[in-house]
Design a protein around this ligand. Structure first.
Ligand SMILES: Nc1ncnc2c1ncn2[C@@H]1O[C@H](COP(=O)(O)OP(=O)(O)OP(=O)(O)O)[C@@H](O)[C@H]1O
Length: 466
């Protein structure tokens, strides 16, 4: 039986909207009714490098943001944009390189009492029961045992786990485990609740149930929390849940756009206004990758272009899909993403790779194939390879550079390390490694040069030497 707060209350014969257990509820609190003008969270000029070396990658660059009382705010961004880093700095689990964070007017310099967090991985103690897991934070704060038990039971009841107090996490489904994660955070009555992709490890239906139950409790004023900051890369989740969405850009992470969501609750995903907002945000998240430099520009500029490791099978698959009916060359990315059950992040990465290679334009949430891409989609393998080779050499300076070096060397061979070192002047080691992996797989497909994994050397085959 799926015990949700709604079904639980119904089973108890109490109408929705009743006052929740005293320690958790702030009766009569209406969402978005500020109890004070000061924001509950203020982030000012926060920058972060993980390495003390000033030349190491800047993960966050002078981030400014606030969250008001009774607000649910999303930090939405692509993978690697620094969302989790920012959340951990706000929680006091990580220090910033510069800038300040304050919660409820107090500067954060370590784990703060006014902050609680729900993790993607649930992070429960497997050897503790549900009740003991929920009590952990209260125990750390020295709450007396009787009060601790009373508050933990109230939180468990509220979140729909009544009857499971003595169960161990291994006996619970994923959705129930995450409810424990929520109860453990809510029991602390935090000024701000930080949600780090709390629904992304759940299957689609369970995620939707836990999400809407949480929203119901919030809307009914049953949660004694000041505000919520949600980290997600799921655009629909952000539009469904939040009053405001902060879109983060990557490399370095910055707040690139801020969107107020005023759609009435409950928000329906098929509603045209909902879809329009999702499309708009898709557009904002679709940055145009740096264009390949023209002949007048330096090789250095070209080598700074990071390549995503997307396989040619996946690239070909998306071109075929968009080329075919009913899209006929132009498609709405949110529509394809739900049809393929692909995350926004994964789909945008593929679409932007096609754009980088000159096979597509990605604008305002749409992907439009170029003429060569449509030709590719309908061609046999040898024509596909030729088209891909042309685009690779024209659009990706690294491809031309490696090929030139191989042509100039008498034995037509060069070690991978030679290019890796060169790339690392412009990007991190991880990015250089991913760039070379992409280059190797694309070049092999297009037969513009070869790579020997055993000797870690690039080389030209006889027909490639021409
Ligand atoms: N402990 C660490 N040491 C060094 N670099 C790190 C560390 N943690 C994260 N990074 C780097 O910081 C950048 C931002 O990572 P972060 O996890 O904050 O991004 P994110 O937006 O939360 O990504 P995701 O959605 O994939 O979780 C990435 O380039 C990542 O490689």
């Amino acid at each position: 039986m799926n015990l949700t707060p709604k079904s639980l209350r119904a089973a108890m014969g109490t109408p929705l909207g009743v006052t929740a257990p005293a320690d958790l509820a702030t009766a009569g609190v209406a969402p978005r009714t500020p109890s004070s003008n000061a924001p509950i969270l203020t982030v000012r000029g926060v920058s972060k490098r993980y390495d003390a070396d000033p030349d190491s990658p800047l993960v966050l660059d002078k981030v400014d943001m606030t969250v008001d009382r009774r607000e649910i705010v999303a930090l939405l961004g692509r993978s690697g944009s620094g969302k989790s880093t920012l959340l951990r700095i706000i929680a006091g689990l990580l220090s910033s390189t510069s800038g300040q964070v304050s919660v409820a007017g107090k500067p954060v310099s370590g784990p703060a009492n006014d902050v609680a967090m729900v993790f993607q991985s649930f992070a429960l103690f497997p050897w503790l029961t549900v009740l003991e897991n929920v009590q952990v934070g209260l125990e750390a704060r020295g709450v007396p045992p009787a009060e601790m038990r009373r508050r933990a039971l109230a939180a468990i009841d509220l979140i729909g786990l009544d009857g499971f107090e003595n169960a161990y996490p291994r006996e619970l489904s994923g959705g129930m485990r995450q409810r424990v994660g929520f109860a453990r955070a809510l029991v602390l009555d935090p000024g701000i609740l930080l949600l780090d992709e709390p629904f992304s490890a759940l299957d689609v239906l369970t995620a939707e149930t836990v999400r809407t139950d949480f929203l119901d409790l919030w809307a009914d004023g049953h949660l004694a929390i000041g505000a919520v900051l949600l980290v997600t890369h799921n655009i629909e989740e952000a539009v469904q849940m939040c009053d405001r969405i902060l879109v983060m850009s990557s490399n370095p992470g910055r707040v690139a756009a801020e969107i107020e969501v005023t759609l009435p609750h409950p928000r329906v995903r098929t509603d045209p206004a909902f879809r329009q907002m999702v499309d708009h945000i898709y557009g904002l998240m679709t940055r145009r990758p740096k264009a390949a430099p023209g002949p007048a520009e330096t090789l250095a500029a070209g080598l700074s272009l990071q390549l995503p490791h997307v396989s040619t099978n996946v690239l070909a698959g998306l071109m075929e899909l968009v080329d075919g009916a009913p899209h006929n060359g132009v498609a709405d990315l949110p529509v394809i993403s739900s049809a393929l059950q692909m995350s926004t992040d994964d789909l945008l990465k593929v679409a932007e790779t096609l754009q980088m290679l000159g096979f597509a334009e990605v604008v305002e949430g749409d992907i439009r194939l170029s003429a060569p891409a449509r030709q590719f989609a309908q061609a046999e393998l040898d024509v596909r390879k030729r088209l891909f080779a042309d685009h690779l050499l024209q659009r990706i300076p690294l491809a031309g550079h490696i090929r030139r070096v191989l042509q100039e060397r008498p034995n037509h061979r060069a070690p991978r390390a030679r290019f890796e070192t060169e790339l690392e002047d412009y990007m991190s080691e991880t990015a250089a490694d991913e760039t070379l992996k992409a280059m190797i797989s694309w070049a092999r497909y297009a037969e513009v040069f070869a790579y020997d994994g055993d000797t870690e050397q690039f080389h030209l085959d006889a027909e490639e030497e021409a």
